[in-house]
Design a protein around this ligand. Structure first.
Ligand code: PLP
Length: 437
């Protein structure tokens, strides 16, 4: 079997990280002793904090205090920060006067919240992440074609056949990284009297997004995919449905008055945000978005486009490795490359990439089973994903390690457990961050 390894980077070609992430310089143990630089190509699942965001959280911690109803000075500080963060998120995505920002735990939570408010059917494509398939109570499915054009036509046919309240579409596929032309989907949905929700979980970390420009009604996103892994997400969009929907969480903060027989609920966002908010998550999310604004969208796009091309070219050059695509005419992509292997188990390869080379990727069907099963010919894929902290060295290390494992197999012995493939003799020490007991 011939092995094609990516050409070594020349000084001019070398791309350094665009921003410092909290895991910069992290070394991970490998089998047989020793440590290597961590190659993190799993950012689409969860990204490390930006170093500036981690600093903001450190600065906030001494002030952490009760929020909204506290009378102490730290409470005033924290309350103001949460509301400032709401304004930053709103501005970052170009929210309009009619829109609200509801803080949630993540994209999944935001979509589940929106699902309680939609007064009718929801039309989705089969390419969606499960988070944008499963929450909808009255869901109608359109199987995407291998072109965006034909997919839009199929969507039009579905919308013409019966009115729908909402079209929910991803901004970027978490399997292929392919972008969808959201503005065109929005125009189509509106032409048939439906609103549109954009799943921006994979879009927001990589692109500037403006609800007004897209003419989109709702956007959902996750802090942990946007370099703020402290447990917050958001639903941003038109207030009217949300103002009359049942409270997503019932409890303190969502109400203006409670009598035993009668409750006066606030409008959104408070209506859906009962209980103590995730102050660290919310403030860090806004801090991350501000840092993305400071870096500027063009630099991000250029950095990631060059690395993604290098990643795809390197992976595709390996014998027995095939890159997966959903569309032949996607208008661009974010830094995600998923491959399938002609032979062998991707789970085993992913385990060996980590245990022998310190490379983190993802193996499986990426919580998008219907899409993966349609576009792939093997049961599972292997996904490498990158972002602001990625470099050409990361890409080259991954390609070289994948080439070697695909050609010669792993060096160590692995066994399949209920929890996936594991080294039979795993001598890698875990860091002592917290010890239960
Ligand atoms: N939508 C897409 C496109 C995703 O990639 C993901 C997560 O990978 C989600 C939704 C769910 O995001 P979360 O796990 O943050 O709720």
């Amino acid at each position: 079997m011939s092995i094609a390894v990516a050409a070594p980077s020349t000084a001019r070609e070398t791309m350094r990280p665009l921003a410092l992430l909290a895991d910069a310089g992290l070394e991970v143990p490998v089998l047989g002793g020793g440590r290597v630089a961590h190659t993190n190509l799993d950012l689409a699942a969860s990204a490390p904090a930006l170093a500036t965001v981690a600093r903001t959280v450190g600065d906030l911690l001494p002030w952490y205090s009760s929020v909204h109803r506290g009378t102490g000075f730290p409470s005033e500080v924290v309350t103001e920060l949460v509301e400032d963060a709401r304004a930053v998120v709103s501005r970052h995505v170009g929210a309009r006067d009619r829109d609200v920002v509801v803080f949630t735990r993540n994209t999944t939570d935001a979509l589940n919240l929106l699902a309680t408010a939609v007064p009718g059917d929801v039309v989705v494509l089969d390419i969606e992440h499960h988070a944008n398939l499963l929450p909808w109570r009255s869901r109608r499915l359109v199987v995407a074609a291998d072109t965006i054009e034909e997919t839009l036509e199929r969507l039009a046919v579905e919308l013409a056949s019966k009115p729908a309240a909402l079209v929910a579409v991803t901004g970027a596929s978490n399997v292929t990284g392919e972008l969808l032309p959201v503005a065109r989907f929005a125009a189509l949905a509106h032409a048939y009297g439906a609103r549109i929700a954009v799943d921006a979980a994979q879009l927001l970390p990589h692109r500037a997004v403006d609800l007004g420009e897209l003419d989109a009604d709702y956007l959902v996103c996750s802090g942990h995919k946007t370099y703020a892994p402290y447990g917050a997400g958001a639903l941003i969009g038109r207030a009217d449905w949300l103002d009359v929907a049942p409270a997503y969480l019932s409890g303190g903060g969502a109400v203006s008055n409670v009598e035993l027989e009668r409750v006066a609920w606030h409008p959104s966002p408070e209506r859906h945000e009962a209980g103590t908010p995730n102050v660290l998550g919310i403030v860090s999310f806004a801090a991350a978005l501000q840092e993305l604004e400071r870096l500027g969208p063009d630099a991000r796009v250029a950095h990631e486009a060059a690395l993604t091309e290098r990643l795809e070219r390197g992976a595709a050059s390996i014998d027995g490795v095939r890159v997966i695509h959903g569309f032949t005419d996607a208008p661009g992509r974010v830094g995600i490359v998923t491959v399938q292997l002609e032979r062998g188990s991707v789970g085993l390869v992913a385990a060996a990439l980590s245990a022998e080379h310190g490379v983190s990727v993802r193996a499986g069907r990426f919580c998008a089973h219907p899409f993966f099963d349609r576009v792939a010919t093997r049961a599972n894929g292997l996904r490498a994903s990158l972002g602001l902290g990625s470099s050409s060295d990361d890409v080259d290390r991954f390609v070289a390690a994948l080439s070697s494992i695909v050609a010669d197999g792993p060096t160590s012995t692995y066994q399949r457990t209920g929890d996936g493939w594991k080294p039979v003799a795993d001598d890698r020490p875990k860091p002592q961050i917290f010890r239960a007991g």
